[in-house]
Design a protein around this ligand. Structure first.
Ligand code: ASP
Length: 426
C-alpha cells in the first residue's frame, strides 16, 4: 500500500478515534493515561525524529541548493523570484483574511463572559507566550537574521541564523572552486544524502504517528471552545480553504502550467505531515522528499525554495495573524483606522516571514502586533483553545505554498520542466 494511503488511514483513525473518545470517554479512567502514556509520547517521538533532521537538512540543502545553481546571476534571479513569490502570495493571503474578517465580523458576536472565562483558563500559557513576544520587538527581527555564532543558532534551533550562514557558505562555494571547497561540498552532499535516507526510514512510522498525533489533538479539543469560537474558526478556516483551493490552483495553472489535481495528489505526504505536526520545520524533510521524488522539481530550485520557504514563506500563518489581530480588536472594541488596518496587514506579511516554523510559532508575533496597536495582548488567551486545530490547517497551507512556489519557479527557470507529466505519487 502506498505511503500516502497508509498515512490517510492513520489520519482518519486518529481523528475519528479522538472525536469518539472526546464525546464518550472524556471522564473515563483510561483516556487521560492513554493519551499521556501512549498517543502523546508516540507523536512526540515522531516529531522529535523529524526535528532531529532539521538543522543538518537546512544547512546542507541550502549549501547544495545554492552551489548547484552555479553562478551568481542565476542565484540572484531565483532569489528575486522566490522573494517575489513570497511577498505576492502572502499579500494575497492577508487580503483574503482581511476581506473575510471585515465581512463576517466574528469578534462582535462573542459573549464577553465566554471570552473572560477562556482568558482565565489560558492565563498561564498566555504569560509564557507574552514573555517570548517581548523577545521579538521591531528592529530586532532584522538584526537577528545575522547570527553572531552559527553553531549557537544551530544548537538553539534558530533556523534563520542557520539559513543565513548556509546561504553565505553556498555563495562562497560558487565563487571559489578549489579542491578544498569541492571536498567540503562532497561532505555536505553526503550529509544531505544521509538525511534523506533517514527521513525515508522515519516517514515509515508516519501512519502510526499521524494517528497518535491526531488522536491526542481531537480527544483533547473540547467542543465547547469550538462552538464558542465557531465564527472565528470558520472565518480562518474559510479563508485558508479559499487560499488552498482557489488561489494555489489558479497560480499553479496560470503560472506553473501544472495540473493542480495532479499536484495535490503528489503533494499528499507533505500535506498530511504538515496537518499532523503543525510545524513547517518538522515537515521540511518530507517537503524536500516530495519536491524531488514526487513533483520532479529540479534539485537546485526545490532545495532553495522549500528550505527558505519553511520559515519565510507562510501564507496560512499570515492570513491567520491578520484575522486574529482584527478579530481581537473587534472583540475589545478597539477602533482601527483604515490606514492602521493596512499597517497591520503589512506587519502580518513580515510577521509570517519572521515566525518560526514550529507549533504556535505565530503567537508571539501576534502578541507583538497587538501591543503595537493597543489591543490587549492577553486576549490571545481567547483563541488558544482552538489554536491547535487552526495551527494544523495553516501549517498545511504554509507547506503547500512552498511546494507550489517551487513548482512555479521551476517552470520559469526551465519552461521544459514538464510539471504534471513528471509527477509521481509515493
Ligand atoms: N505552525 C506554523 C508553521 O510551522 C507556524 C504558525 O503559524 O504558528 O508553519
Amino acid at each position: 500500500m502506498p505511503l500516502h494511503t497508509r498515512m490517510l488511514i492513520g489520519f482518519v483513525v486518529g481523528i475519528v478515534g479522538g472525536i469518539l473518545a472526546n464525546i464518550y470517554a472524556t471522564d473515563s479512567v483510561w483516556l487521560a493515561p492513554f493519551i499521556e502514556y501512549v498517543t502523546d509520547p508516540v507523536g512526540q517521538i515522531f516529531l522529535r525524529l523529524l526535528f532531529m533532521l532539521v538543522v543538518p537538512l537546512v544547512f546542507s540543502a541550502l549549501v547544495l541548493g545554492v552551489s548547484e545553481i552555479g553562478d551568481i546571476r542565476t542565484l540572484g534571479r531565483i532569489g528575486r523570484r522566490t522573494l517575489l513569490w513570497i511577498v505576492l502570495v502572502t499579500g494575497i493571503a492577508v487580503t483574503i483574511g482581511y476581506l473575510m474578517v471585515t465581512t463576517f465580523q466574528p469578534g462582535r458576536g462573542l459573549p464577553p463572559e465566554v471570552a473572560e472565562q477562556l482568558q482565565i483558563e489560558n492565563a498561564a500559557t498566555v504569560g509564557a507566550k507574552l514573555e517570548r513576544a517581548a523577545d521579538v520587538t521591531g528592529i530586532d527581527l532584522l538584526v537577528r537574521i545575522v547570527p553572531d555564532n552559527p553553531l549557537r543558532s544551530a544548537v538553539q534551533g534558530d533556523l534563520i541564523g542557520v539559513m543565513f550562514f548556509g546561504l553565505l557558505v553556498g555563495i562562497a562555494i560558487v565563487v571559489l572552486r578549489t579542491d578544498g571547497t569541492r571536498s567540503f561540498l562532497g561532505m555536505v552532499q553526503g550529509l544531505y544524502e544521509i538525511c534523506i535516507l533517514l527521513i525515508d526510514w522515519i516517514i515509515k512510522l508516519a501512519p502510526w504517528a499521524v494517528a497518535a498525533l491526531l488522536f491526542t489533538l481531537t480527544a483533547r479539543l473540547g467542543y465547547d471552545v469550538l462552538a464558542q469560537l465557531g465564527r472565528f474558526v470558520l472565518v480562518v478556516a474559510g479563508g485558508l480553504a479559499i487560499h488552498m483551493f482557489v488561489v494555489f490552483p489558479l497560480l499553479l495553472k496560470l503560472l506553473g502550467k501544472t495540473n493542480p489535481i495532479a499536484f495535490f495528489r503528489a503533494a499528499r505526504p507533505a500535506i498530511l505531515t504538515a496537518l499532523s505536526t503543525s510545524s513547517s520545520s518538522a515537515t521540511l524533510p518530507t517537503t524536500l522528499m516530495v519536491a524531488e521524488e514526487n513533483l520532479g522539481i529540479p534539485h537546485y530550485v526545490g532545495r532553495f525554495v522549500c528550505t527558505l520557504g519553511a520559515t519565510a514563506n507562510m501564507n496560512g500563518t499570515a492570513l491567520f495573524e491578520g484575522v486574529t489581530v482584527l478579530f481581537l480588536a473587534q472583540f475589545f472594541g478597539v477602533e482601527l483606522a483604515f490606514s492602521q488596518q493596512i499597517m497591520i496587514l503589512l506587519l502580518c506579511v513580515f510577521g509570517s516571514i519572521g515566525a518560526a516554523g514550529v507549533p504556535g510559532g505565530s503567537l508571539p508575533v501576534i502578541a507583538m502586533i497587538m501591543t503595537m496597536f493597543g489591543i490587549p495582548a492577553e486576549g490571545i488567551g481567547i483563541i488558544l483553545g482552538v489554536d491547535r486545530l487552526l495551527d494544523a490547517l495553516r501549517t498545511t497551507i504554509n507547506v503547500t505554498g512552498d511546494l507550489a512556489g517551487s513548482m512555479v519557479i521551476a517552470r520559469f527557470e526551465d519552461p521544459q520542466h514538464a510539471g504534471a507529466t513528471t509527477m509521481t505519487e509515493s
